[in-house]
Design a protein. Structure first.
Length: 179
């Protein structure tokens, strides 16, 4: 769902820019019409590309994402575990990096390099500003001050214990939302 929101928000930017330009030129109605057309076209193209890319990503990753969580009194680590799917995704990122270099496209090379480099994430408890607890999904989301989001997945039997341990260690001013 988050990916859909980001995609639609990204499609909104060029349409808003066109609306502002048309309005400054004196025709708000023409700008509104252009806004609708551009938003529909850009959002449609981006959604089609997402519909094509997501199954390819799932096939390449093997449909699994193996992670390990390590927690101490200072924070929690989210560590990606090596697997065949992860190795395939690393290979795709390397190919993307080389293709970006060969084509002279620094954006593609940089994005691929970034995908290769991040294998773990640390969220210090003292920086957590919001905790969202999804009881049905057995997921706890920690949102830190630097906009880092760490999703902690639990087994049904351990959910209450892990939630309590996390809430004990987070700052008293952290917002807790239960969904």
């Amino acid at each position: 769902m988050m990916l859909l929101k980001i995609t639609l928000l990204a499609a909104l930017m060029p349409a808003l820019l066109l609306l502002v330009i048309e309005t400054l030129e004196g025709s708000f109605m023409r700008g509104l019409q252009a806004f609708g057309q551009v938003y529909a076209i850009v959002a449609g193209i981006m959604l089609c590309l997402m519909i094509i890319a997501y199954p390819i990503y799932v096939l390449m990753s093997g449909g699994r994402y193996s992670i390990l969580f390590e927690m101490d009194d200072k924070g929690i680590d989210h560590i990606e575990m090596p697997s065949r799917g992860v190795k395939r995704l690393d290979l795709m990122a390397r190919v993307g990096f080389l293709a970006g270099l060969a084509s002279g496209n620094p954006s593609a090379a940089g994005a691929s390099l970034l995908a290769l480099s991040r294998k773990s994430m640390h969220t210090p408890f003292k920086r957590v500003r919001k905790v969202v607890v999804y009881e049905r999904k057995r997921v706890i989301k920690l949102i830190a001050r630097n906009m880092t989001r760490n999703l902690i997945y639990t087994q049904a039997a351990d959910f209450k214990l892990i939630t309590d341990l996390l809430l004990e260690r987070c700052p008293k001013g952290a917002i807790v939302i239960r969904r």
